[in-house]
Design a protein around this ligand. Structure first.
Ligand SMILES: Cc1ncc(COP(=O)(O)O)c(C=O)c1O
Length: 333
């Protein structure tokens, strides 16, 4: 990721080898590429934002960081905080994938499992941070996580020989990756690093069990409403009221993109299909990208010759318990 250090804040990196993830061509769709973010340290794209946020926290001499998380950001913070010798205080839903609990614990973070969603975790951090002396590292409440995530935009353009794809599919929870990539595109244009062309259509994908962005997009709203009883096996997408919703909605519309939601059963079918047919074990979040792509080919919104990037934001192997449950799999006795 630090190959882009000239467009990142100046500081000595706290690095675990994040970024420059594979851009895998699909076997079946010659113009579709999987951006394999599961190859990052801690197995998700959250490594990028937290590598930079912890780098800057270390640069400014912060001693204790707190985070509300859907799971993967917690694991990433815990790892980078351990590498930097900074305390991490983590609040995440009690039913996160077990790997998120395990990694945060092994990295030595202070972990609190909350009977609620990321929004409840955010409330707890906000209530306690002042008294405890924690710096709140929630997305979009500090400036650096988005800077780390914007490197996905630089990277996908560089990996496509400095040309924009026609569309980018992004599994959307808080939407920070999407906002970061859009910022990267503006910077690439200002620097003259991208061949002139139309920016990609940005496609935000959610689960029907938690689709506040899709509902706001379809209803022509500027911001989203809190999604009641949010539930999906794609735990990273369980964000009932994203903080940066208005930015995301603006980007989707400006890019000529879309917001789409699908039921978990269909998402799981796509996960299984891409594992068996392409050899790629997607995360449930990543499988929303592949499902949405195939849907938009069927509707004619995209043509088979359109070049697209499908984000797999996390490694399928972080979800062994979640995928086993969806597949009805148990270890044979
Ligand atoms: C694997 C995965 N994909 C996607 C997301 C959503 O990311 P964003 O908040 O950038 O929309 C998350 C967030 O936790 C995640 O863990």
């Amino acid at each position: 990721m630090w190959r882009y250090r000239s467009v990142l804040p100046e500081a000595t990196p706290v690095s675990l080898g994040e970024g420059w993830t594979p851009m895998l061509p699909s076997k079946r769709y010659p113009h579709a590429f999987i951006k394999e973010e599961g190859a990052n340290p801690t197995g998700s794209f959250k490594a990028r934002g937290l590598a930079l946020a912890v780098t800057m926290a270390s640069h400014y001499g912060l001693k204790a960081l707190a985070i509300p998380s859907a799971g993967n950001a917690a694991g990433a913070l815990a790892a980078y905080a351990a590498a930097a010798g900074i305390e991490a205080h983590i609040f995440m839903p009690k039913d996160v994938p077990f790997a998120n609990y395990l990694e945060a614990t092994m990295y030595g973070a202070n972990v609190t499992l909350v009977d609620g969603l990321i929004s409840d975790c955010g409330r707890i951090v906000a209530e306690r941070k002042e008294k405890e002396g924690w710096f709140d590292i929630s997305t979009l409440k500090e400036p650096f996580r988005i800077e780390g995530k914007k490197t996905m935009g630089y990277e996908l353009v560089e990996q496509l020989d400095w040309e924009y794809p026609d569309a980018v599919f992004y599994p959307t929870g808080g939407g920070v990756g999407l906002i970061g990539m859009w910022k990267a595109f503006a910077e690439l244009e200002a620097l003259g690093w991208v061949k002139p062309g139309r920016r990609p259509k940005m496609i935000a994908v959610q689960s029907s069990g938690c689709a506040p962005i899709v509902r706001a997009f379809e209803q022509g709203e500027k911001a989203s409403q809190m999604w009641p009883n949010a539930a999906t096996f794609a735990s990273g997408l369980r964000v009932p009221k994203p903080y940066g919703d208005y930015l995301m909605l603006e980007i989707l519309r400006e890019s000529g993109g879309l917001a789409l939601a699908f039921p978990d059963e269909q998402i799981f079918s796509s996960l299984k299909d891409w594992a068996g047919d392409e050899g790629i074990l997607l995360s449930p979040e990543g499988a929303t990208s592949t499902l949405a792509y195939e849907h938009l080919l069927r509707t004619g919104f995209l043509k088979p010759e359109d070049r697209v990037v499908l984000f797999n934001t996390g490694a399928g192997l972080k979800y062994t318990d979640v995928i086993a449950e969806a597949a009805g799999l148990q270890r044979p006795v």
